[in-house]
Design a binder for this molecule. Structure first.
Ligand code: SAM
Length: 340
């Protein structure tokens, strides 16, 4: 008998053959911070509650997509911990998608007191966004005086047994002088400290060429403060971060170069926005509406899957959109409404 031993074809693949295994789910566009890089400094209109997907609606999509080769789900926002009932939703996601790697991205301000409880629900890893280690600077960047709450969520999460990644948006003239402090954080605590290149997503943020601090420069400067050894990427991992071990330290340092060195060729992501749209590419505003379908009693699972597959078939190569951008924002939707 001629037995086929080749691996099964990916069930969720896009038109370029990229296997899609990572779903980012944004549960709200609301946030208790007003970060200058994430949303328009003026005139950001949050959705009405009725326009947000209900937790039930999210769960239907997750139950459908999970068996098709998803390996990871990230819950994000807005600020996910600011949506009422989030811990219960997290527990239901774990139930709906057993075996999947479910993670959380948060600004940390509400996390500290909940870290143990979230870990007890089965959460294993958390990304905490923290762009500065200075209270006044935190206030300037985020519009809120909540540095102490955000900073203390790091130790609270580690104590709860969560794996911690700290993400700072790299902004020249804003937090570049804090590089030694961030390296010290990763030296003294067992966490991944990652700098994300500031991306021109959505109009009206403070993005501008002069604020851009590229990954290559971050790395060059970091070498003045620490001995860094590159970490080989885990086999099969599609993560966009490049990581370095800090000699004599507990943690690692990394950069995510979404602008200077895109990772589109290996992109395995699909996004579900809080208003129920599938967004196949961070850089493209082309989205596929699921909400009306989810709210119609006539919609079968087959119909939802058809839209999912159509969205994936048309997932673009985002770097081409970046190349065409000519200094303007690459897309119009704000990061807080996309989910990062
Ligand atoms: N509120 C949560 C938080 O602060 O992590 C989740 C939502 S936030 C939109 C998700 C991620 O997007 C954060 O790590 C944030 O730093 C990142 N982000 C937002 N705007 C960005 C930009 N213009 N360039 C790069 N990263 C950005």
């Amino acid at each position: 008998m001629n037995r086929d031993t080749s691996p099964p074809a990916p069930q969720l693949a896009d038109g370029f053959g990229r296997e899609v295994s990572y779903l980012r789910v944004s549960v709200t566009d609301r946030c208790n911070l007003r970060c200058v890089y994430c949303r328009p400094v003026h005139d950001f209109h949050e959705l009405n509650h009725k326009d947000l997907l209900s937790y039930e609606e999210y769960l239907r999509v997750i139950r459908l997509a999970a068996p098709l080769g998803l390996t990871k789900i990230r819950l994000t926002g807005g600020e996910p911990l600011a949506r009422r009932g989030f811990p219960d939703f997290l527990a239901r996601v774990m139930d709906a998608a057993p075996g999947l790697d479910v993670r959380l991205t948060t600004n940390g301000t509400l996390l500290g007191p909940q870290a143990k409880m979230l870990a007890s629900l089965g959460l294993r890893a958390v990304n905490i966004s923290l762009d500065t280690l200075d209270r006044e600077s935190f206030h300037r960047i985020t519009g809120m005086d909540l540095y102490a709450q955000a900073r203390s969520s790091i130790e609270a999460s580690l104590e709860a047994g969560l794996r911690v990644k700290v993400n700072a948006v790299a902004m020249r003239g804003v937090n570049d002088h804090e590089l030694p402090g961030f390296i010290e954080l990763a030296r003294t605590l067992p966490l991944d400290m990652r700098f994300i290149e500031f991306m021109p997503i959505g109009g009206g943020t403070t993005w501008d060429e002069s604020r851009f601090w590229p990954a290559s420069e971050i790395l060059e400067s970091a070498r003045r403060f620490a001995d860094l050894t590159p970490v080989e990427p885990v086999k099969g991992s599609h993560g966009p971060a490049r990581m370095w071990k800090i000699e004599g330290g507990q943690g690692r340092l990394g950069v995510i170069s979404g602008l200077s060195g895109h990772y589109c060729l290996s992109c395995n992501r699909l996004r579900l926005t809080c208003d129920g749209k599938l967004r196949p590419c961070l850089y493209s505003d082309k989205e596929y509406r699921l909400r009306p379908l989810l709210r119609s009693p006539r919609t079968s699972d087959g119909k939802l899957l058809e839209v999912l597959r159509r969205a994936l078939a048309r997932k673009p190569m985002g770097y081409k959109l970046l190349d065409e951008r000519h200094k303007r924002a690459v897309c119009s939707r704000a990061m807080t409404a996309i989910g990062g």
